[in-house]
Design a protein. Structure first.
Length: 181
C-alpha cells in the first residue's frame, strides 16, 4: 500500500499558488536550509502516514467543498516521498493542477516531479532573501512552468509580492493518532 508522510494539510488556501488550492506539507527534509520557514517539518520521522486513497479522498472533498483549482506540495521536502508521481496522477485525474516546491534543483529530481504543472526549485539561501516574487524565499529559486496550465496567470501571480497578507487556515486537516478530525 502506498503511504505518504504528512506534516499537515490545508484544504483551502489562496497563498500557496494561484487560485484556491489544497496544500500538503510533507514531513521530512534532508537539505536543512539555514533559516528554513518550516523547521518542524525537517525531522525524518514518521508523522501522519496517509495512504494514497486517503489523500485522494481529502483532495476530492476539498474540490467539492471549496472548489479548489489545484494542489501545492510543500514541506519538508516533497521529493523524499516515494510514489509522489502516483499522487500527482490521481490529482490530475480529478482535473486539478499541481505545483511543487523542492529545495533541490529540478534537473536532479524531475522524475519525482513528473506530472507537475509548475516547480519552484532551489534551496533557501538566507543572505539572498527574495523581495520581489511571491512565496519564494530566496532569489536563487526558480519558477519552472512545465505545462501551459498556469501560463496566463503565473507571471502576474508570482511577481506580486504580498508577503504582508495573512491567511486564516479554516480548511486545515489535523491528524491525531491516525484519525482525521
Amino acid at each position: 500500500m502506498i503511504k505518504f508522510n504528512i506534516a499537515s494539510i490545508n484544504r483551502c488556501t489562496e497563498v500557496e499558488g494561484p487560485y484556491k488550492r489544497l496544500c500538503i506539507w510533507f514531513q521530512g527534509c534532508n537539505i536543512h536550509c539555514n533559516g528554513c520557514c518550516n523547521p518542524d517539518y525537517q525531522p525524518l520521522i514518521p508523522k501522519n502516514l496517509l495512504s494514497l486513497d486517503e489523500l485522494t479522498k481529502i483532495i476530492t472533498y476539498a474540490k467539492e467543498e471549496f472548489e479548489i483549482e489545484g494542489v501545492t506540495y510543500s514541506g519538508g521536502e516533497p521529493t523524499l516521498q516515494q510514489n509522489l508521481p502516483a499522487l500527482t496522477e490521481e490529482i490530475q485525474k480529478l482535473g486539478l493542477g499541481v505545483i511543487s516546491f523542492t529545495g533541490r534543483l529540478y534537473e536532479e529530481v524531475n522524475d519525482t516531479l513528473r506530472g507537475c504543472d509548475v516547480v519552484l526549485d532551489g534551496a533557501y539561501i538566507a543572505n539572498k532573501a527574495e523581495r520581489k516574487r511571491r512565496i519564494l524565499g530566496s532569489t536563487n529559486q526558480r519558477i519552472i512552468c512545465l505545462t501551459d496550465r498556469y501560463k496566463d496567470c503565473i507571471e502576474d501571480w508570482f511577481n506580486q509580492n504580498e508577503s504582508k497578507s495573512v491567511e486564516v487556515n479554516v480548511g486545515t486537516v489535523i491528524v491525531a493518532n491516525g484519525d482525521k478530525i
